[in-house]
Design a protein around this ligand. Structure first.
Ligand code: DX5
Ligand code: ZN
Length: 214
């Protein structure tokens, strides 16, 4: 299992140090949650913060955009140093164009669904995507309870991809810890985002290793 600690759960007073801690702790990706107060009822940070963090870590930056009409801001996140950009199908009319624009910037595109959105909505785009993000909480806040009833969506993406001979990473995000990560692994997830469980652990590196073994 690949692990992407979510910086949303870190101590913002020492964000650079926190990033160094999880990067040296063996993270596969660094997950950066961008929230605009419109698509979700919370505001986090934007490209300026991501750009400032970029020189601190060599680990790929996985940017999760929870913003309305994300196509407007792709260049800013590319310039900030994103390696992957995932946006929400519910937030964008121009899904195909947005995926193409991300790829044209040399960035791996991801597409996400909120808990109420049927997973079949992403199927028409699977051949253009690096990853599909299945939300296992309602997006907007860290520290929520994992929704186990989202796991059939993970299985459905893996099955559809296998049927069509596509390589696709399935990422899960929200409420991932040592109890829920094995359920995600069993459903076929490739990448677990983990905020609270990693940053609140007494030893973040040890928690990353434990989750990777799931
Ligand atoms: C929620 C974010 C998540 C969040 C996960 O909207 O997309 O990435 O940081 O936090 P935990 O792991 O605490 O549920
Ligand atoms: Zn996220």
């Amino acid at each position: 299992m690949k692990i992407a600690p979510s910086m949303l759960a870190c101590d913002y007073v020492k964000m650079g140090e926190e990033l160094r801690r999880v990067s040296e702790g063996g993270s596969d990706y660094i997950h950066l949650d961008v929230m605009d107060g419109c698509f979700v009822p919370n505001i986090s940070f934007g490209p300026g913060v991501i750009k400032a963090l970029r020189p601190i870590s060599k680990v790929p930056f996985d940017v999760h955009l929870m913003i309305d009409r994300p196509h407007r801001y792709l260049r800013e996140f590319a310039d900030a140093g994103a390696d992957m950009i995932t946006f929400h199908i519910e937030a964008e009319d121009k899904v195909e164009e947005t995926i193409a624009a991300i790829a044209a910037l040399g960035i791996r595109p991801g597409l996400s669904v909120k808990p109420a959105t049927p997973i079949e909505k992403v199927f028409p785009y699977l051949d253009k995507l690096f990853l599909v993000l299945v939300m296992t909480v309602e997006p907007g806040f860290g520290g929520q309870t994992f929704m186990e009833d989202m796991l059939p969506k993970v299985r459905a993406v893996k099955e559809e991809a296998a049927r069509r001979g596509l390589e696709i990473q399935v990422q899960v995000d929200g409420g991932i810890n040592e109890t829920t990560a094995p359920l995600c692994a069993a459903a076929g997830a490739d990448i677990c985002v983990a905020g609270t469980s990693v940053f609140r652990a007494p030893d973040a590196a040890q928690m990353i290793r434990r989750l990777q073994q799931c």
